[in-house]
Ligand binder design. Structure first.
Ligand code: KIV
Ligand code: NA
Length: 270
């Protein structure tokens, strides 16, 4: 198997093949996801919640992100894995300046990431262009952006009003123009995500709680294994149901995303 690369992802996109992503935080589960055929692994700052027991992602540090990124990268090396590794820039590690952003992004790249992800639109455009010009592939993240949960007033659907939807569309197109190759859309209306996706032909939309019209899907691994702490969002499916192993559950997720049976748009009334 050849390593997943940006050209490979673009080829998949052109063929209309859905891109799969799962979060990964350690060597063993990263290797399992890779062998199940998950093309892209995200070391999400959701690790603050699922690994560290924090109540939001706001407290996650760059050092912690690097630790988990190194673990995932080593796990993949051990099994000659091929997944594309995306790592989150945590809260406070890129907001100050473009220079701060590239220092933090470099730390994640040194730890083994192939691409970094950062949250938000508008002001982030300049930062994304700065990173991309300097050779760092970037994934954006719009809609529900958990690092700004306190400013948003809670975990809820974004882009519902016309003006919010217009701003989201503007932000998404600006991120594509800045050179972002990927964009997570979290909890945005399924119709909006589906309309935006063809406009973002150079920037693969990866949806979570955003319906089945995106170029790919992502879930927090613990959620899709039925192991979420607290309330599991209703768009999540427990892929352990009917499967005997974590690897099989991950393979079932891949199959369901590829054949369009996950997610179910009826669970995305927004
Ligand atoms: O941190 C994370 O797991 C994420 C995904 C949910 C997109 O950002
Ligand atoms: Na995240």
């Amino acid at each position: 198997r050849k390593p997943v690369s940006l050209p490979r992802l673009h080829e998949m996109r052109e063929r209309g093949e859905k891109i799969t992503m799962l979060t990964a935080y350690d060597a063993t589960f990263a290797a399992a996801a890779d062998s199940a055929g998950v093309e892209t692994l995200l070391i999400g700052d959701s690790l603050g919640m699922v690994c560290q027991g924090l109540s939001s992602t706001v407290g996650v540090t760059l050092e912690t992100m690097c630790y988990h990124t190194e673990s995932v990268a080593r796990g993949l090396r051990r099994v000659q894995g091929t997944a594309w590794i995306v790592a989150d820039l945590p809260f406070g590690s890129y907001q100050e300046s473009k220079e701060q952003a590239i220092r933090s992004a470099s730390a994640l790249m040194h730890a083994g990431a192939h691409m970094i992800k950062l949250e938000g639109g508008g002001w982030t455009t300049e930062t994304v262009a700065f990173l991309v010009e300097r050779g760092i592939p970037v994934c954006g993240h719009l809609g529900l952006t958990p690092q700004t949960v306190h400013a948003l007033g809670g975990y809820r659907v974004q882009g519902r009003s016309d003006s919010d939807a217009q701003r989201l569309r503007r932000d998404a197109l600006a991120l594509q123009d800045a050179g972002a190759d990927m964009l997570v859309l979290e909890m945005v209306p399924a119709l909006l995500a589906a309309e935006l996706t063809p406009e973002l032909s150079r920037c693969h939309t990866i949806g979570i709680g955003s319906g089945n019209g995106t170029a790919g899907q992502v879930l927090v691994m613990h959620d899709m294994l039925g192991m979420g702490l607290g309330k599991t969002p209703k768009f999540v499916r427990n892929f352990m149901a009917g499967n005997d192993s974590v690897r099989d559950a991950m393979a079932a997720y891949v199959a369901a995303v590829k054949d369009g049976s996950f997610p179910d748009n009826r669970l995305h009334a927004w």
